[in-house]
Design a protein around this ligand. Structure first.
Ligand code: PXL
Length: 295
């Protein structure tokens, strides 16, 4: 079984970060180690919240893992507690990246044109250093603009998205995935471009409701899919369909959006969808006589 480690916060209530990554990645048949960057009472979209920065735990935990010769098939980062923590995360990459493992960075810091409340305007430059070391980064459009200095737009064309992707690649990552892209009313999706010039896009129905934590659910599902051997395109489409399934299963009650999406009841569906993607990829590989590509 593959083993990954995720570096992000524990928001005790509110279904985001580790409380999403751990159950989702585990359910997908991948061992999920955690390195909490902070403990919060809830995510920071609640009116008040507590936050205990765990920066001083990162180096000693990494030291202990090195002594035990613990290795990871992927390192997956999300919400960081502070700008200063980015240097520690980069150091963690230097110590635990191997030629065969995957570094996936979700630069969780902003949405709908705004930085999250706990960050100041200097934060994106620090997050850009973390992105530079990644194999795959997965920002939304707001995050991509903050990382690249491009203007944030809610109405745009394919050339704008292409330029964003190219500027993201210029940060140094191998593949840039842009989430929350819409070229057509009623459709929302994901687009990627890699350093070799390959690109991909996938669109689903645009759900009118907006929930916190869907970005974390999306990235965690993508990582789980990649670790089960799916290609990036297949993992991105599986995750997009799963997030829509979860949104559809979530209560439309007025305050439900604070508590993010009800993914728990949809875990059996996720497992079935994952197996279907694995079968479809195996069929495609067999039909062209190709070999399975793991990174
Ligand atoms: O879902 C991203 C996220 C993760 N962690 C914390 C957050 C948020 C978004 O607001 O506040 C603490």
């Amino acid at each position: 079984m593959k083993r990954i480690v995720t570096l992000q916060d524990i928001s005790c209530v509110g279904r985001c970060s580790i409380t999403v990554a751990l159950p989702v990645i585990s359910a997908m048949g991948v061992e999920c180690g955690i390195l909490p960057t902070a403990v919060l009472s809830t995510h920071t979209m609640f009116h008040t919240f507590t936050c205990k920065d765990l920066s001083d735990q990162i180096a000693p935990i990494a030291d202990a893992w090195e002594r035990e010769e613990i290795t990871f098939d992927a390192i997956y980062t999300g919400y960081l507690a502070s700008a200063e923590q980015s240097a520690q995360v980069c150091d963690f990459f230097d110590r635990f990246t191997t030629p065969g493992n995957l570094v996936l960075v979700d630069p969780a810091m902003a949405d709908n044109g705004l930085l999250y409340p706990a960050f100041d305007s200097g934060f994106p430059a620090e997050m850009a250093k973390v992105c530079a070391k990644a194999d795959v980064i997965m920002p939304n459009i707001t995050e991509a603009c903050l990382l690249t200095g491009m203007p944030y737009k809610t109405s745009y064309d394919e050339a704008y998205i292409r330029e964003l992707l190219e500027k993201l690649l210029a940060l140094g990552c191998k593949t840039a995935v842009l989430t929350g892209v819409s070229f057509e009313e009623g459709k929302l999706g994901v687009v990627y471009l890699d350093q070799g010039g390959s690109s991909f896009s996938y669109f689903t129905r645009h759900c009118p409701q907006s929930y916190h934590g869907t970005g974390d659910l999306y990235s965690s599902t993508v990582l789980g899919g990649l670790m089960r051997g799916l290609s990036l395109g297949s993992a991105l489409s599986l995750a997009a369909d799963f997030v829509v399934t979860c949104i559809e299963a979530t209560s439309t009650a007025e305050n439900a959006r604070w508590y993010a999406v009800e993914f728990e009841s949809q875990i059996p569906k996720l497992c079935a969808m994952l197996e279907e993607h694995i079968r479809a990829e195996n069929r495609a590989l067999n039909s062209v006589g190709d070999t399975v590509f793991t990174k």
